[in-house]
Design a protein around this ligand. Structure first.
Ligand code: NCD
Length: 304
């Protein structure tokens, strides 16, 4: 799993149905070993893959680049070759966009992209999408995302706020959302964080209207889903600060039935004082991360 481009609606439906049932809790892959290899910091993605693997009965080993033979000059090629001897699947995060695909070409075991530079983060996008799916189910909303055939569909409006150019979670989630109908996607970038022309083109073809809005044209009341993201300091040389903060005042304008999402970690863009508001689901997303990754791994080992 390298990019959302290759994830089909059929796969998503199968995955969501599987993890919404009981079977997911009765998996036993005791002979399987997952290798976690993070060349960039992580809390949630690495730990949730680890716990997901334990919950489906498997085992995990973790590669730490700082105490590895990379320090003795070992190449990326030899490192990946080595990891493939020890494990049955490789979860890898890397700051360089190209390295995950390179790993896949070297690897003899399945490779899962856990974030490559500012490009993609497909498993985060799946857990984000599952959070949206769950929300629509809870509200009994018929939608293409909840796999209703004949759509008596209402439109869902989603707004992404933040470092649009550098947020891989936003890129991957938009990639998945564009596979579904009746979702209107808008982006509200922080100063100097505008989307790439490629992303704007994707939004234009999906919405049939430009997807970029500004602070001046923002109409908070209209959105069903608001997805905030932090300024990706590690990928930018600029000193920047979020110019939109989700705080108590912001929340007074948000729809009663809307949800506020964030992949975490957060910096200043969401005031912790709003955490208790039931529309804020970022900690729920974390729970879904474990479940979705259990499903991804179980499906992978079952079809191997
Ligand atoms: C995201 C990431 O690493 O891209 N975090 C995550 O995986 N939960 C978002 C971020 O770091 O801002």
């Amino acid at each position: 799993m390298i990019s959302v481009k290759k994830i089909s609606k059929q796969y998503i439906k199968k995955l969501f149905t599987f993890i919404s049932g009981d079977k997911i809790h009765n998996q036993n892959f005791q002979n399987k070993v997952l290798v976690n290899a993070f060349f960039e910091p992580s809390t949630r993605t690495s730990l949730s893959f680890e716990v997901a693997m334990y919950k489906i009965g498997g085992k995990v080993i973790s590669f730490n680049k700082d105490i590895s033979s990379i320090k003795k000059g070992e190449s990326f090629y030899d490192t990946i070759k080595t990891l493939c001897v020890y494990g049955d699947a490789l979860v890898i995060r890397h700051p360089d966009i190209k390295k995950i695909e390179e790993a896949q070409q070297i690897a003899t075991i399945p490779v899962i992209n856990a974030g490559n530079g500012n490009s993609e983060h497909p498993t985060q996008a799946l857990l984000d999408l599952y959070t949206i799916y769950n929300h629509l189910q809870n509200q009994s909303i018929n939608h293409s995302l909840t796999f209703h055939d004949k759509d008596t569909n209402q439109n869902i409006n989603i707004l992404f706020i933040g470092d649009i150019v550098n947020s891989r979670t936003i890129h991957s989630l938009i990639g998945l959302l564009c596979k579904f109908e009746n979702i209107i996607i808008n982006v509200l970038p922080y100063k100097d964080c505008n989307p790439s022309s490629e992303l704007l083109q994707t939004l234009l073809s999906h919405n049939s209207l430009s997807g970029e809005i500004s602070k001046e044209t923002l109409n908070i009341e209209k959105y069903d889903i608001i997805y905030s993201s932090r300024f990706q300091k590690e990928r930018s040389s600029q000193e920047n600060k979020p110019d939109i903060i989700i705080d108590k005042e912001f929340m007074t304008k948000v729809k009663k039935t809307a949800i506020i999402m964030h992949a975490l970690p957060r910096n200043e863009e969401i005031d912790p004082k709003v955490d208790e508001d039931e529309r804020c689901v970022y900690f729920k997303q974390m729970e879904h991360g474990v479940l979705v990754r259990m499903g991804i791994l179980a499906e992978l080992f079952a079809t191997e």
